[in-house]
Structures are given as structure tokens and as C-alpha cells.
Unconditional design. Structure first.
Length: 251
């Protein structure tokens, strides 16, 4: 009997499993027999009572323990989640069949002012002084080009933050882990790099350089924001499905 495919979804800085939204439903619809795991980074979501590790490698270990798969998995990752995916697939290549990287970045391929666009600096600095509820509004405005005025969605995000608040220590550790992360080894598994030209947080050229350096498959959305699964889940799902057919379906 053939093993079921296993997708592991990894979000980024300060985000939790619920922030994947309808993308989880779309993925399950296209892969009805697949197992879909959405582990939370320590410090976020269901693991909010823990303190986040200070390194991407430390976060990777925590997610590997949560997943506990006996067969290789496929990773779908966003932003800092992409750094975790890169670390996972390069240090434990036998555990990962393939990876989708969405709007991520890494040293030394991209300079710091592309990894966090200089135009985003004022917004990020103001967030430090804002209340927890206002920070969620700031994040939505900065990461979405299509839903930044969606008050219903914002209320959900604010409720989730109240339910599972991310501590200052965890937020600091996650930020520093992302800033320090660098790559040295080229992954050997099938790799799809996806980016948003309209990303106002991370310059799309970070993803482009990753794809060029590693000879990876590449797809670019012209108008979506940093949170591409939120802004255009249907487009993203179609891109992933085509990549999956090309790399994993035997004809």
C-alpha cells in the first residue's frame, strides 16, 4: 500500500497555524488523501507558553519533534518559515522530499535592506510602541495587499493574539534567529520558489536570487503582498499543483 503524502506547513515570525486560513482547505481539496500538518513554532499558537529558540536550527528541531513522521515530508513555508524549511531540508535531507519557499530570504544572497525593505523600517519601528491589538492591524496592513481593510479578518487575528499571546522574549528570539540565518549548502530535493512582486515587507529579488542560485523552479505573483496564501490562495495552489505534477507524479 502506497504511503500517503505528508505536507508540513510552516508559518513565519509571530504567526501560528490558523494564519494559513483557507489555504489549508484548498490544499486538502487538491490532495484529498494527503496528511497535512501545521505545527506551531515554540512561542506561537498552541505553544505560546514556551519561549522560542534563538536560532533557526533550534526551531527546526522543535518542529521535527512535533511532526514525528516516519516517511519523508513535503514542506510548504512562508517568510521565516522558509528559513526553517531550508535548514530542515539541508541538515536532514532524507526527511524532506521537496519544498515550497514563499517570500523568504537568506544571507549571504540578499542584503539586509532587501531582506527587510527599507520602506518597511518606519512601520516596524512604530509597531514596537503599539498595543498588541494595534500590532495585529499593523501586520495585516504591511503583509496583505488585498485584505488590509478587512476588519472581520483583523478581529480574528486580534482574538487569536489575545488567546495565544506571543511573549516579548519569543518575538525577540524569532527576529534575531531570522536576522542571523544564512545558507551554505544547496538543497538537492525538488524546490519551488514563489514570490510576490508586490511584497512590501521583503523584496521579491530575495526569492529570485534564491531560485537563480539553486536552479529552482520559480513563480512570481505580480500584485499580492507578503502573505501570498492570504492574498491569492487559488493562484498559489495552482502553482504548487503544477510543480507537484512535474516532480512527483509518475506518468
Amino acid at each position: 500500500m502506497k504511503d500517503r503524502e505528508h505536507f508540513v506547513l510552516i508559518r513565519g515570525l509571530l504567526r501560528e497555524a490558523r494564519h494559513w486560513g483557507k489555504f489549508i482547505t484548498d490544499l486538502q481539496h487538491h490532495f484529498p488523501d494527503a496528511i497535512i500538518s501545521t505545527p506551531d513554532i515554540p512561542g506561537n499558537g498552541l505553544r505560546y507558553h514556551e519561549t522560542s529558540p534563538r536560532t533557526i536550527a533550534g526551531i527546526t528541531e522543535a518542529l521535527r519533534q512535533q511532526t514525528g513522521s516516519s516517511q519523508p515530508v513535503k514542506l510548504i513555508s512562508l517568510s521565516m518559515g522558509g528559513m526553517i524549511a531550508i535548514d530542515w531540508m539541508t541538515r536532514y535531507p532524507d526527511e524532506v522530499e521537496g519544498t515550497v519557499l514563499i517570500n523568504t530570504s537568506a544571507r549571504p544572497l540578499s542584503p539586509f535592506y532587501h531582506r527587510l525593505r527599507w520602506t518597511a523600517y518606519p512601520h516596524v519601528l512604530r509597531m514596537i510602541l503599539h498595543s498588541a491589538a494595534q500590532k495585529e492591524a499593523d501586520i495585516l496592513k504591511l503583509t496583505s495587499n488585498r485584505h488590509h481593510h478587512d476588519n472581520t479578518l483583523l478581529e480574528f487575528w486580534q482574538q487569536w493574539q489575545q488567546q495565544y499571546p506571543v511573549s516579548k522574549a519569543s518575538g525577540r528570539n524569532q527576529f534575531l534567529a531570522a536576522v542571523k540565518f544564512s545558507i551554505s549548502t544547496k538543497p538537492q530535493q525538488p524546490l519551488l520558489v514563489v514570490t510576490s512582486r508586490g511584497d512590501r515587507l521583503v523584496d521579491y529579488r530575495c526569492s529570485l536570487k534564491l531560485a537563480q542560485a539553486w536552479g529552482a523552479d520559480y513563480a512570481q505573483h505580480e500584485t499580492a503582498g507578503h502573505d501570498l496564501p492570504l492574498d491569492d490562495s487559488v493562484w498559489l495552489m495552482n502553482v504548487i499543483k503544477q510543480w507537484h505534477v512535474s516532480n512527483f507524479v509518475k506518468i
